[in-house]
Each structure stands twice: as structure tokens, then as C-alpha cells.
Design a binder for this molecule. Structure first.
Ligand code: BGC
Length: 857
């Protein structure tokens, strides 16, 4: 049957509320017949009807969409055999360019001057009556701070951490909640606003009041009556504010303190005041993804250790606990969180640094339930003190941005399957409104380098258009005039070096190119390149400037300035000190310049900017030749050898002629000499297996992938890791942490996705699925066999639908099942070198290894 499998607006299948006057619709098809052609497509939106002759997307260009209005979009298609398909999608427009009736309000008397802590929590209240029969009720709301809405005593919506983390002074999101079903005749709206990222203490220096000196709240309640009337209640001085609610304190890193005895009746409310916080961001309908609860965990074991109960959830993740308590008035319960245990079974919180990651809960009498609203923790273990085991029931919930699943990878090696799971958990735990480095210690910041290197793996596993698209908008807002990109986005009080990232920092700043490029390759939408083009160009120009700072001739492309401000071969396990990782920035920065300039040249070509295309190709070649001239013997051998220094120029194609093969051979030698253990830091890790396998060293690549000795990916798995570690040697064979004083302030997290970037290799080489053109209109399937792996299966959702590559070897018989979505073509390469061009459909082939092909079956 021919059908429309996916139909989206602004990359959402449902629940879209948009302020975009020209939203984008995309769709894909499915059929049980091979080689289907779509002969006609029509989209109907409101009064607009349009034939779509080419492609599977449409940018709305009909009559102006009205604000606060619900619309339907219908898609009709006919296939070459006359089958028809249709699908309907509903969406809503937000406030669009209408101004706000409501104004920002705050507690006018509250003065918050303490340093390194978060402000007191504010609660705003509005009582309002429905003056007739309600047809629909919608709340539009946002805050400076982090807010939760309750209407008539129940939480509104499922979102956490609204309005989300953005570069607040430029971009602020508002949320839209349909509350029709929650409305009564007499209503009480309560908005609890903590300091969150905007006002609370954040980044490891624990700065606070970065956006504003206290919280603010803005909302509009729209009531649509059955008789056609509409009433808008905007936040104003008729709202009340209280500072003595049950949330005694709330801080992202430290956790919450709750006094459950305090009810609304105990709170003192007074008139709220208007709040002018001195800047006006652009306030738009949420364009990122909400953070929501996902998996629920029951403890796999509960043990009594000293005076605490220790719960093990069996999985490291980012999230919160849910407590069901039979308590007595005033009973105090203390909950702590950790990723690892000390050998004696106590929680090990040594690596959380200043983050307290705690919940202090004061009970009321009787049965009660609680979960935090303004904090989250990175943990696998949790401890409870102050209550006996029979009086408390604990579950834990993973919290992360609502990214849709986009792919899967499995194979015959169970340890690799666990690695793939760990990669996915690394992503889920660090996709908490922004892409973070880690979810547990006093960071949880939008470190650019981590996602720069992980982006291609991320887009295989999750649909990241909105999640990373939102983050890139902040990157554009925060790029320095000099072209430098802050090392964390939003930087929210953190800059590097300490105050101003005026310089460009290789690989970390490369996120400005590598992230849009990864989104483009996965989604095929040029808009992401167009939106970010100026930023990319300014960034590469800054890199050129800093590479050439005080040097001349060919040397001006050798980027060896200010190495202590770069991260170099960050966390490379073959040199133990931070300063030694940074010293490698001469290699990483020069290779980064060659790579970003090459990609920028390619992007300029895609966008029809011929001058830039040539210009940046020259820059790329300049950096490549400086690398060869000053860092190698001119024949593919490095003057100072280490894995990353070979990986980058080989993978980025910076060598000429035979040099490349020589360099790959030298890399393979280093890998063999190191017993197939990894020696790369952040920059080399995503690419090392490609650099080996694509240059005749498949064997070394697979031996490295399947190695279980430290440092290696599977060593972590062997040690029971359920996520990806920040440091390859995060635990020794005895389960102790060996990280000492290496200049990083005992920096070890067990939930960093960066080195999980090997996931890209699993999809692109082991499953063999690779886009030839952006968005997979043309793609290849070319499985790489090795490492004793006897079967592998990759699924990837593309703009055209699902691709599957599933192969297995049994008794020397290789068989493969390939699914090619409608609208795309697949170039299939079989292990014996046979090539096939496949239109859409499902295909099976088999061949005897070492012999000719015997399929199609
Ligand atoms: C973070 C990293 C980050 C790095 C840069 C660390 O503290 O956790 O992942 O990229 O700093 O130096």
C-alpha cells in the first residue's frame, strides 16, 4: 500500500505552535511495491492549494497566517500505479507579531545581592473567573528564570525548565498551553519561578544574576467563550506575588529544598510590580524542543550503607527522582545523587565539585508525592536518609529534550551493542534543552567542542533539527564581532579566556560549521547553511587571522599562536597533563583550519557563492600545505608523532599523492605499537577508525574498535559503563578513579558524549549507510566487514523515509537486506566489489564470500 509515512510542520508531527510566517512542511512516503514514482502531490493549507512538482517539502507562501489560530494542512499524493494517499496535520500559530497585553512582573521589594547562590523562588498568583461557557482556553507564558505553571492545583503541561535556555538578552521563548480541560468557573493560576539559568547561580564559577537581578514573569490567558467573545488576561499588577512558598530553595546544580507543610493558604501574597529589566529580547513561540520525562527506572538494588539507603537504578542518566512518602509532620529526608560509588558502597560525590545535587524534603503528615521541578541531576545511584525503607517508594525518570528517535544500530557483538546504547544515553543525558558537556557536576554547559565532534553521530540517532537549530540561533547571537565563538553557548557568564573569547578556538569554535554541516547532511535543507553562512564565514576569517598572527608567508597558515588558550588534543590518554593536551593545538588548530575552510568552500559552492568557494579552498590548501611543510617530513611522516596528528590530516584529506597512504600507514604503526589502544583526545576520536579503515587498515580499525584494554571504547563497557566517560581512564581495573592532579581540577565525569562520536563509524561503515548527497536523495550502502562481526543492522530515518541496511554472514554466505525509501536512490556495494543502483524498495542479495554474487533472491 502506498502511504504518506510522515508529515511535519517545522519538523514536528504534532503540537506545533509557530510564530514563523512561512513555516516549512516536509513529508515522506512508504509502499510495499518497489520502484514507486509519485506522479502528483498537492498540499492544502487553509484557503491555499498548491501542486508540488518537485521535492518533498514546501515553504508556506499563501495568504498571511493569522495569529493564535488553528490550521489544518492536508497532503494528497498519487503514485504511478494510480494509488492515492493523504494525510492531515494540524498546527497552531502563536502570537506572531502581535504585541503582548501582559507585562513582565516581579516582586518589587525583593533585593537579591548574594553571590554564588540562586535567588529565592517567586510565586505569582492570579485568580480569575470564567464569565460564561468556555470553548477554549490558552495560556502564553514565559519568564526570566525557570517556571512551572499550576492551574487549579495541577501542573500545566508536561514540560520542564520552561522557557528553556537561550541567549536571553537576544532570544527568549514563550510556551503555549491549551488549558481548556483544566478550566473551572473560579480559577487560580500559580506560576512558580526559580532563578534557573537566567538569574540563578550557573557555570562553575557559580556566577548569578547574569541576565537580570531577579526573576520576572510574563503571561496572557486567552479565554474563548462559546458565544464568540474573547477575553485576554495579561500579567499586570493585579497578579499577586509571594516569596514564602513550599519551594524553600531551587538551584540547577544544588537541587531543591521543599517544605511540604506549606500550602497556598500559608503563603503571604502581595501585589506584583511591573519589571523593566533593561533589555528586550525577541520573544518567540518555542522553536526548540521541550524537556520532558522519558524512561522510568525502578531501582535494581537497594542497600543500607551506614545511615543511608543506597538505590542503584542500573543506568547512568540525567533526570530526577519521584518520591512517594508516608511521612510525619516535620520529618526531614535528604536525597543525594552520584554516578559512581566508593569501594565501601557509599555514594561518591567527589567529582561533582561545587554542585550539591541534593534534595532536602520536609514532610507533612501522611502520604505525599514529590519530584523536583527546577533542577536535574546526572546519576545512577541515589541515597536517602531520614526515612525507613518501607515508608518511601522511589523511582527515577530520565529528563531530556523531546528529540525524536532517528536511527538504530545493532550487531552480533554484544559489547558493541552496549557501546551503542551508551552513546545514545550519552546523548540523551546531555540533550537537556541545550547540548551540554555533562549532566552532573557544576558545568552542564553548552560546550561547543563536545557537540562539534559528536554532531554527526547525534543526527544518526536523533532528529536534531529543532534542538540544534535553536542552539545555533544563540550561537549566531553570541558570536563576537571579531568572529570568535564563545566556548560555551549560551555563555551565560562564562567566557574564555575568562572574560572575552575574542580569539578563535579550534574545534570548539568549529561547532559553528560542523553542527550546521551535520544537520545539512542529515536533512538536506539548505536553510541551515543559509541561516548560518555569515557566522561560519566570520569564524573562518577569525581562524585565518589568528593562524597568521605575527607570521608570514606559508607560515601564516600554521596556527600555533596562543596555544594555552586552545584545548588541543583534549583528554588524550597518551599524555597525562592538561598542558600537554593543549600544547598539541599546533596540530589540531592547523588541521581544523584546513577542514573548516574546506567545508566552508563546499558550502559556498552549494549556495552559489563562487568567489567564497575559491577563496576558502585556497585557505584550506594553505593550511594543509603548512601542516605538511612544518609538521611532517614532506613524505607523510610526522616530525612529532601521535595518533591525533595523523588522524586529522588523513581524514581531512590534507595530504598529496602517496603522502596520504604513508601517513595512514604510520598511523597504523602507532596503533599497532600501542596495542590497538586509543591515543586520541576529543578532536581525533571521531575520525580515527575512518582514517584507518578507509586507507587499507581495516584490521587495525576493527582491532581498535573491539579492544577491551584501557584506553578503549570497550574497556569502558567491560568496566560496566552505561554511558560514555569523559576520560578514557575514568576507572581503573579495580573500579577506582585514578584521575589525580593533572591540571584539570580532578575533572572526570562518567557521562560525556564526546568520545561516543565513534557511533558515526558504526552507522557509516559497519552498517555502511552514508549520504552521497545531503538529505540522502542519493546514498550508499557499503558494509565494512571485520572484527569478527557476523551481522549488523542499521536503520536511519531520512527526509525520504527509512533506510535499512541489515547484513549477516553465516557459513561463508553473505546476505544483505536493503530498504531504499521513495524519492531516493541507493548505490549498493557488496563485499566482492559488485555495485548496484537501486530505486526505492526492499531488496535482498546474497553471495558466497570470496565468490561471485548469487542474488537478487
Ligand atoms: C568540559 C568539556 C569541555 C572542556 C573544554 C570541560 O570542563 O566538561 O567537555 O569541552 O571543559 O575544556
Amino acid at each position: 500500500m502506498f502511504k504518506i509515512s510522515r508529515f511535519t510542520i517545522e519538523d514536528l508531527e504534532r503540537g506545533c505552535v509557530t510564530d514563523n510566517a512561512t513555516p516549512v512542511f516536509k513529508w515522506s512516503y512508504e509502499s510495499d511495491r518497489n520502484e514507486v514514482k509519485v506522479t502528483s502531490q498537492k498540499i492544502v493549507i487553509g484557503s491555499m492549494e498548491k501542486e508540488i512538482r518537485e521535492g518533498q517539502s514546501f515553504t508556506y507562501d499563501g495568504e498571511k497566517l493569522l495569529p493564535c489560530t488553528r490550521y489544518e494542512a492536508q497532503l494528497f499524493a498519487v503514485s504511478d500505479s494510480g494509488e492515492t494517499a493523504e494525510k492531515t496535520l494540524s498546527f497552531e500559530t502563536g502570537k506572531m507579531d502581535q504585541g503582548w497585553t501582559g507585562k513582565f512582573i516581579t516582586d518589587g521589594d525583593y533585593v537579591f545581592t548574594e553571590k554564588k547562590v540562586s535567588p529565592k523562588v517567586m510565586a505569582f498568583r492570579k485568580k480569575f473567573d470564567a464569565k460564561g461557557k468556555i470553548r477554549r482556553a490558552v495560556i502564553y507564558s514565559t519568564a526570566i528564570g525557570m517556571y512551572r505553571l499550576d492551574l487549579n492545583g495541577s501542573k500545566v503541561g508536561e514540560d520542564f525548565f520552561a522557557p528553556g535556555f537561550t541567549s536571553y538578552k537576544t532570544n527568549l521563548q514563550y510556551q503555549t498551553f491549551d488549558v481548556t480541560d483544566m478550566l473551572k468557573e473560579n480559577n487560580t493560576l500559580l506560576a512558580t519561578v526559580s532563578g534557573g539559568w537566567a538569574v540563578g547561580s550557573f557555570v562553575f564559577s557559580r556566577v548569578n544574576r547574569v541576565t537580570a537581578d531577579k526573576q520576572g514573569f510574563l503571561c496572557e490567558i486567552h479565554l474563548y467563550y462559546e458565544d464568540g467573545r474573547r477575553e485576554v488576561i495579561g500579567s499586570d499588577e493585579s497578579f499577586e506575588v509571594s516569596m514564602n512558598g513550599p519551594v524553600l530553595s531551587a538551584d540547577i546544580y544544588d537541587g531543591e529544598e521543599i517544605d511540604a507543610r506549606i500550602t497556598e493558604d500559608d503563603m503571604t501574597f502581595k501585589k506584583a510590580s511591573y519589571y523593566d529589566f533593561g533589555f528586550m529580547p525577541h520573544i518567540s513561540a518555542q522553536y526548540g524542543l521541550p524537556v520532558r520525562e522519558h524512561e522510568t527506572f525502578e531501582a535494581v538494588s537497594v542497600k543500607s550503607v551506614k545511615d543511608e539507603l543506597i538505590y542503584d537504578f542500573g543506568q547512568n542518566f540525567a533526570g530526577i527522582v519521584h518520591l512517594e512518602i508516608d511521612g510525619s509532620d516535620g520529618q526531614e529526608i535528604l536525597v543525594r545523587h552520584a554516578e559512581v560509588l566508593h569501594p565501601d558502597g557509599r555514594l561518591n560525590t567527589d567529582f561533582l565539585r561545587s554542585a550539591k545535587a541534593r534534595i532536602r524534603y520536609i514532610c507533612r503528615d501522611g502520604h505525599q508525592e514529590y519530584n523536583p521541578s527546577f533542577t536535574y541531576m546526572g546519576f545512577r545511584y541515589m541515597s536517602v536518609k531520614g526515612i525507613s525503607r518501607d515508608k518511601i517508594r522511589v523511582t527515577a525518570r530520565a529528563l531530556y529534550s523531546d528529540v525524536p528517535d532517528n536511527g538504530s544500530f545493532t550487531c552480533s557483538n554484544e559489547m558493541i551493542n552496549r557501546l551503542q546504547e551508551n552513546i545514545r544515553w550519552g546523548a540523551k543525558s546531555n540533550f537537556v534543552d541545550i547540548p551540554t558537556d555533562c549532566p552532573q557536576r557544576d558545568e552542564r554547559m553548552g560546550w561547543t567542542g563536545d557537540i562539534a565532534l559528536f554532531a554527526r553521530t547525534a543526527v544518526f540517532n536523533y532528529g536534531c533539527e529543532r534542538f540544534l537549530g535553536k542552539w545555533l540561533k544563540d550561537m549566531r547571537a553570541e558570536q563576537k564581532k571579531t568572529g570568535g565563538i564563545p566556548n560555551t553557548i549560551p555563555s551565560q557568564g562564562y567566557g574564555f579566556p575568562v572574560t572575552m573569547p575574542v580569539i578563535a578556538v579550534d574545534f570548539w569554535g568549529d561547532a559553528s560549521i560542523l553542527v550546521p554541516y551535520a544537520l545539512y547532511m542529515a536533512g538536506g535543507d539548505k536553510k541551515v547553511l543559509l541561516d548560518n553562512y555569515e557566522m561560519m564565514k566570520k569564524y573562518v576569517d577569525a581562524c585565518r587571522f589568528w593562524a597568521g598572527f605575527l607570521s608570514f608567508g606559508k607560515r601564516r597558515y600554521l596556527w600555533n599562536t596562543l596555544s594555552s588558550l586552545h584545548f588541543g588534543d583534549w583528554v588524550a590518554p597518551d599524555v597525562p597533563k592538561m598542558s600537554q593536551w593543549q600544547k598539541r593545538s599546533k596540530w589540531t588548530a592547523t588541521a581544523s583550519l584546513s577542514n573548516t575552510a574546506r567545508l566552508l568552500s563546499e558550502i559556498a559552492g552549494i549556495l552559489g557563492k563562487e568567489y567564497d568557494e575559491k577563496l576558502y579552498r585556497k585557505v584550506s590548501e594553505g593550511a594543509a600545505s603548512a601542516y605538511r611543510k612544518y609538521l611532517t617530513d614532506g613524505n607523510g611522516k610526522l616530525l612529532d608523532e601521535f595518533q591525533t596528528a595523523y588522524v586529522l590530516p588523513v581524514y581531512f584529506d590534507m595530504f598529496k599523492g602517496k603522502e596520504k597512504q604513508n601517513a595512514a600507514d604510520n598511523l597504523a604503526r602507532l596503533v599497532r605499537d600501542n596495542d590497538y589502544r586509543i591515543g586520541t583526545g576529543f578532536p581525533g576520536t571521531p575520525y580515527i577508525l575512518f582514517a584507518l579503515a578507509d586507507n587499507g587498515h581495516e584490521d587495525e580499525a576493527f582491532k581498535m574498535l573491539t579492544n577491551t584494554r584501557c584506553p578503549s571504547w570497550l574497556y569502558e563497557v567491560k568496566m560496566g559503563a552505561t554511558t560514555i566517560w569523559e576520560r578514557w581512564d575514568g576507572l581503573d581495573e579495580n573500579g577506582n578513579c585514578p584521575i589525580g592532579d593533572d591540571g584539570t581540577d580532578t575533572m572526570i565525569s562518567y557521562n560525556h558524549y564526546a568520545s561516543g562520536a565513534v557511533g558515526d563509524f558504526l552507522y557509516r561503515r559497519v552498517a555502511g549507510i552514508e549520504p552521497i548527497t545531503a538529505g540522502y536523495e542519493h546514498f550508499s550502502v557499503k558494509p565494512l566487514i571485520g572484527g569478527g562481526i557476523t551481522s549488523a543492522e542499521g536503520h536511519v530515518n531520512t527526509p525520504y523515509g527509512e533506510i535499512i541496511s541489515s547484513w549477516k554472514i553465516s557459513d561463508n554466505l553473505f546476505s544483505i537486506n536493503v530498504k531504499v525509501p521513495i524519492g531516493s536512490t541507493c548505490h549498493l556495494s557488496l563485499p566482492d566489489g559488485t555495485e548496484k543502483l537501486l530505486a526505492n524498495g526492499t531488496y535482498n542479495f546474497e553471495m558466497v564470500l570470496g565468490d561471485g554474487v548469487s542474488g537478487p533472491l
